[in-house]
Design a protein around this ligand. Structure first.
Ligand SMILES: [Zn+2]
Ligand SMILES: [Zn+2]
Ligand SMILES: [Zn+2]
Length: 143
């Protein structure tokens, strides 16, 4: 079933399905949080690093996934919603847990739009909230 979902997603985004692309997408869909290239390398240790990098670059170019700069020093990646074109109006909030260093997509909270002074052109917004994720909040409460 999951194979079929991944296959449909690749086709819908005009990405030619290959075994490796399916594998990478499936692993990203299964992750509850955004993943770094290193996370993927560790999880898919049968796939070589340059192939993995090329796959991520291709997915990004087709708006199949988006990247998140959470300030941790390495970019994280997460699968886009259906119909996302990675335009400013498609962006959602991200949450970085300062305790476990996981980054989450908060897909139902669009990022707030700001009014820029004249002659400034907005091209991207990096909107990352920081704090404790549900698991870590729980731990703090019970400690
Ligand atoms: Zn997107
Ligand atoms: Zn956490
Ligand atoms: Zn996201």
């Amino acid at each position: 079933m999951e194979e079929k979902i991944c296959l449909d997603m690749l086709i819908k985004r005009n990405v030619k399905p290959t075994a490796i692309r399916l594998l990478v997408l499936k692993s990203m869909l299964q992750a509850k949080q955004a993943v770094s290239l290193l996370d993927l390398e560790n999880q898919l240790d049968t796939v070589d690093k340059s192939t993995l990098f090329r796959t991520i670059t291709l997915f990004l170019a087709h708006s199949l996934i988006h990247s998140i700069d959470d300030g941790s020093g390495s970019l994280k990646y997460a699968v886009c919603n259906n119909g996302c074109n990675c335009l400013l109006e498609d962006l959602h909030t991200h949450f970085y847990c300062e305790n476990c260093h996981k980054t989450f997509c908060i897909r139902n909270i669009p990022i707030p739009m700001v009014e820029l002074p004249e002659r400034f052109t907005l091209q991207s917004i990096n909107y990352v909230l920081k704090g404790l994720c549900p698991d870590c909040s729980e731990k703090v409460r019970t400690d």
